[in-house]
Design a protein around this ligand. Structure first.
Ligand SMILES: O=C(CO)[C@H](O)[C@H](O)COP(=O)(O)O
Length: 232
């Protein structure tokens, strides 16, 4: 299992994004930078798009993890890969041709991710997930930061972990929504590999220390549930 920490810039100060990214960059800093793209159609919120991602790509070496909460990902996903995103995640509830989109994202040089909203069953997407590199299990209803973690999503994480451990899937299991010092251990114990945290990082006095503290908690939880050495 990996123990990747991905701060979400959704909770950062958009007027000073380069500084906010620098604030979570360093040896114990962000493994991925989570970028929430919202179009005010798929979710009731509007954030940023491709031009901002292109600027972020030039501003940091931290791999960009673009989470597309948009109505037409089939049209836009490849553009984010071409803009230099490390991981491009589309929503199962919005994508029309999940296999082609995954293949196109990967052909453009990025990892392909598929996200499931809380009410979307994992079983319906296992076949499609064979073409994906990342499974994003939403632990809140997508659209806003600062919401409470939904512990009822942990069963979906456990089942995804079992599918990975038994070779049915080869994905990084990512969780997003309400991840903080109180909830991250449960997500790690359930089998998550990558942990998105917005308000818990950018709401902290020292975002870099908050990232390091989350990783320590993850490694401790993984050491209990998976005695085999964790891959950072
Ligand atoms: O996808 C998202 C919202 O749709 C955000 O990435 C997520 O909510 C992170 O923020 P927080 O850690 O504050 O919940």
């Amino acid at each position: 299992m990996a123990s990747l920490i991905a701060p979400s810039i959704l909770s950062a100060d958009f007027a000073h994004l380069a500084d906010e990214i620098a604030a979570v960059t360093g040896p114990e800093g962000a493994d991925w930078l989570h970028v929430d793209v919202m179009d005010n159609h798929f979710v009731p919120n509007l954030t940023l798009g491709l031009p901002v991602v292109q600027s972020l790509r030039a501003a940091t070496e931290v791999p960009l993890d673009c989470h597309l909460m948009i109505e037409d990902p089939d049209r836009w996903a490849v553009g984010y890969a071409e803009a230099g995103a490390h991981n491009v995640t589309v929503h199962a509830e919005a994508v029309r041709d999940p296999i082609s989109v995954a293949l196109d994202i990967k052909a453009a040089g990025a990892r392909a991710g598929l996200s499931l909203k809380p009410n979307t069953p994992l079983d319906d997407w296992v076949e499609a997930l064979r073409e994906y590199d990342t499974l994003l299990v939403m632990t809140v209803e997508p659209g806003f930061g600062g919401q409470s973690f939904m512990p009822e999503m942990l069963d979906k994480v456990r089942r995804a972990r079992t599918m990975v451990d038994t070779g049915h899937l080869t994905v990084v299991v990512q969780v997003d929504g309400g991840i903080n010092a109180d909830t991250v251990a449960a997500a790690a114990e359930a089998g998550a590999d990558c942990f998105v945290a917005g308000s818990a990082v950018y709401g902290a006095a020292d975002p870099l220390r908050a990232v390091a503290a989350l990783r320590r908690t993850v490694l401790q939880a993984q050491a209990v549930t998976d005695p085999a050495p964790s891959a950072g």
